[in-house]
Design a protein around this ligand. Sequence first.
Ligand SMILES: [Zn+2]
Length: 375
Amino acid sequence: MKMGSAFNLGKVFGIQFRLHYTWFIIFILVTFSLSWQMFPADYPHWPQFLYWVVGIVTSLLFFASVVAHELAHSLVGRVNDIPVRSITLFIFGGVAQMTREATKASAELKMAAAGPACSLVIGGLFGLLWLFTQGIIEPIAAMAYWLAYINVILAAFNLIPGFPLDGGRVFRSLLWRFTGNYKRSTRIATQVGRGVGYLFIFGGISIAFLLHDWFSGLWLAFIGWFLENAASASYRQAQWQEALRGVTASQVMTSSCPVVPPNITLNQLVQEHIFTTGYSCFLVADEGKLEGILTLHDIKAASPQNRDMIPVKEIMTPVSQLKVAYPGQDALSILEQMGESDINQMPVVSEGRVIGLIARDNLIRLLHTRFELGT
Ligand SMILES: [Zn+2]
């Protein structure tokens, strides 16, 4: 799922915390089902306003529990060298966006298990609160009971062994540990994940048609559809990762980028360099100092009429807008960085000198080639 339309709410422990617009839907659904249905059914003697106060507080504490679950993943991940960039709350709960996948089975196992473990602990704490308040402060006991119950459900649901649910990650890490084969473990775990997704869809449709519980049925089917999609996407991503494993910037860069002065016109560049030599990238430098880079892409984008007027420095990508890569940097992280910053090329810098250029198209072409060859 694209997490584009989300609000930034600030940072918790250095992790960006975001609210996707679909979260408001689930927040309203949960609050209404508590305040409108559950509490009135179980405690018919409460005054009307109390249903809403307890319902809203319970609902907020529930989402705080979801955040705690994601934070547990994130903090354990960080300790195990899997940094987490952001946590987003959305319609199906929360997701922690990792900057990369685990490189060790034990790290993935700890990180994946941390979330459900946290939910169980929170569930236990609310259980205790319920024990101490039951029969004494009814609204708090009611709230604590539901929160204990829902956190245990949350832990149990997440432990379903279908990737990318936490249980699926635990499953993959165990397969990975015993077989030593990351690729095959991922394939199996994501296939189980897709199977779980289909099972939810099938179960949901059955509930809708056989029990006529349309809401629960469609909700379940919807979750199943989401899981199936997420499992497929995770598998694709893992394949990409596998295809680019061990490939470094220095292996994929183009090192034959001639240096041109910033003041020659586009026409001169085309006539003197491109037509005669066939180069497709240029480093624009004045007396050895890099000012920017220029690719065929930039040249094609410039209007053809003014080519004899425009100096190359006007259409180049200036140094200030460039992100640089290092020779030993892995290709996948470069591709991710390009995607994040929406840039199409990165110069490779070694000891302050540009030694080559990486274009996004080349990287993607390489990815497809390796992917098709199955290497
Ligand atoms: Zn989790």
